[in-house]
Ligand binder design. Structure first.
Ligand code: SAM
Length: 245
């Protein structure tokens, strides 16, 4: 393993704003932050640009960046420490485990900036807007809490719109080109590392803001996969998946 990674792994164990695979956090986040402000979670946070950027825009809210990669979390956590951002923390774990870390309704909003699009059809279930994940988010979100997806992948954008429609989710905002259509939205101007890479080579950022009211019908999941096979078979072959190692 590269020396830099090893140093970062050792260092984050000393960071007071990083919790690695913690136990007993569910229902305790307000205690952790020592306030009763809303809790916003950034999933697949990488270097945590959204937790830091939104934390600067909203000092009266708490932000938790979640990612499995400690060397990436290190970047955001270090910045938060240097800027004395007591309302920003990082949680290292698998997103599939999210329900172990938050109690029902504890989270106000979820941000998903540039999650891996998981372009291979066999990986559809790993997309962070697949109903398998949305059912987990519904449990921890306050009723009607917003989910924000920002992506440069037309495949993930179209897939998520299909899920929103098929499962009866509430769509609040939909932009096919954030920089053209929503340039006055300050939160959407925060730039992440993967955004700057423009891996989809589309030079375009898509955004969806939606919420979940009813349970997502599990009997539709097989149908969803069939739709993906029909719609994506051609398009995904032509695109490059993210390299996130
Ligand atoms: C494409 S990167 C995006 C990072 C950041 N949001 C950005 O825009 O630069 C996706 C991130 O998701 C993380 N990730 C992917 N699947 C995950 C999972 N199941 N649990 C936790 N982290 C995950 C990866 O470690 C990686 O940092």
């Amino acid at each position: 393993m590269a020396q830099k990674k090893l140093i970062r792994f050792a260092e984050i164990t000393t960071f007071k704003n990083v919790l690695q695979y913690p136990e007993g956090t569910a229902g305790k986040w307000h205690e952790y932050f020592n306030n009763s402000n809303p809790i916003i979670v950034e999933l697949a946070c990488g270097k945590g640009e959204y937790s830091i950027g939104l934390g600067q825009q909203y000092p009266d809210k708490n932000f938790i960046g979640v990612d499995v990669k400690g060397n990436r979390i290190w970047v955001g956590a270090k910045k938060a420490l240097e800027q004395s951002m007591e309302h920003v923390a990082f949680l290292r774990s698998q997103i599939g485990m999210i329900n172990a870390y938050f109690s029902p309704g504890e989270v106000e909003e979820i941000w998903l900036p540039f999650p891996d699009p998981q372009l291979r059809i066999s990986k559809t279930k790993n997309r962070l807007t697949h109903p398998i994940f949305l059912r987990k988010y519904k449990q921890i979100l306050r009723p009607g809490g917003y989910i924000h997806l920002k992506t440069d992948s037309p495949v993930l954008y179209t897939f998520t719109k299909l899920v929103i429609e098929a499962y009866g989710l509430i769509l609040h905002e939909d932009s096919n080109d954030v920089n053209k259509e929503l340039s006055d939205n300050k939160a959407l101007q925060i730039r992440t590392h993967y955004e700057s890479l423009d891996i989809a080579n589309s030079n375009r950022v898509h955004y969806l803001k939606f919420s979940i009211i009813d349970d997502l019908d599990t009997s539709k999941d097989d149908w969803l996969l069939e739709q993906v096979k029909l719609i994506e078979k051609k398009t995904t072959d032509e695109q490059t998946d993210y390299e996130t190692n």
